[in-house]
Design a protein around this ligand. Structure first.
Ligand SMILES: Nc1nc2c(ncn2[C@@H]2O[C@H](COP(=O)(O)OP(=O)(O)OP(=O)(O)O)[C@@H](O)[C@H]2O)c(=O)[nH]1
Ligand SMILES: [Mg+2]
Length: 216
């Protein structure tokens, strides 16, 4: 899928405040600092579209970006950011989990995990939680540029083994680097395969108009 346009739509604090748009949605979720917002910018080739920071906790709202005028990419606040007070952290988690569970437009969850590390309890806990979520998911390994290929490939294999051993779903894994723009094509192709087929503009009327023209 070629990205022809990408625009910020709106931000929402919780599910109730999400836009009434009927467009299908794809969401990025993962630990704070794992690289969700950077991946939004990498996919859209717009450096400053989503706010990126070295410090965790940069994204505080549910952010919607309209892609090609026909689907929304949703950048979520991260989980597991210890410096947010416990009360606030559970507010985040509640808003995010409500969104993931209760948004009919949501067609795909991209769970981002760090390619540099073996599975973290926090991420495994989230993947376990996803088992009860009706929306399909894919795992995106981020920051592959930071380690040698054999290291992230080993971590990927450990993830697969661990998920299997825990009796959890073993979804597709997509390695990515926002710095090197690696994995962009594969991820976009995967997203396209999940999105409902786009209706051709003017289909139906176009044929009839041509026919009328010919007769006239
Ligand atoms: N080397 C490298 N650094 C990356 C990559 N992706 C993100 N980063 C860096 O990781 C840090 C966090 O990136 P963000 O995109 O803000 O992470 P986030 O998951 O949106 O974080 P929160 O909004 O806090 O949940 C920034 O310093 C980015 O420059 C990558 O692919 N490679
Ligand atoms: Mg962010």
């Amino acid at each position: 899928m070629k990205i022809e346009s990408a625009e910020f739509l709106t931000s929402a604090t919780d599910l109730a405040a999400c836009p009434r748009s009927n467009l299908p949605e794809v969401a990025f979720i993962g630990r704070s600092n794992v690289g969700k917002s950077s991946l939004v910018n990498m996919l859209t080739k717009q450096k400053g579209l989503a706010k990126v920071s070295k410090k965790p906790g940069a994204t505080k709202m549910i952010n919607f970006f309209t892609m090609n005028n026909w689907w929304n990419l949703v950048d979520l606040p991260g989980y597991g950011y210890a410096q947010v007070s416990k009360g606030k952290q559970s507010d985040f988690n509640e808003a995010v989990s409500e969104y993931l569970m209760g948004r009919p437009q949501l067609k795909l969850i991209c769970a981002l995990v760090d390619a540099r590390a073996e599975p973290l309890e926090l991420d495994l806990g989230f993947l376990n939680w996803l088992e009860d979520c009706p929306v399909p998911h894919v795992i995106v390994l981020t920051k592959t540029d930071e380690v040698k290929e054999d290291v992230w490939k080993r971590n990927l294999a450990i993830y697969q083994e661990t998920l299997e051993a825990l009796g959890l779903r073993v979804p597709e894994f997509i390695p990515c680097s926002s710095v090197e723009r690696a994995g962009r094509g594969v991820l976009l192709q995967y997203i396209q395969s999940i999105l409902p087929k786009r209706q051709k503009r003017g289909s139906g009327t176009g044929v009839q108009l041509n026919w009328l023209k010919k007769r006239g």
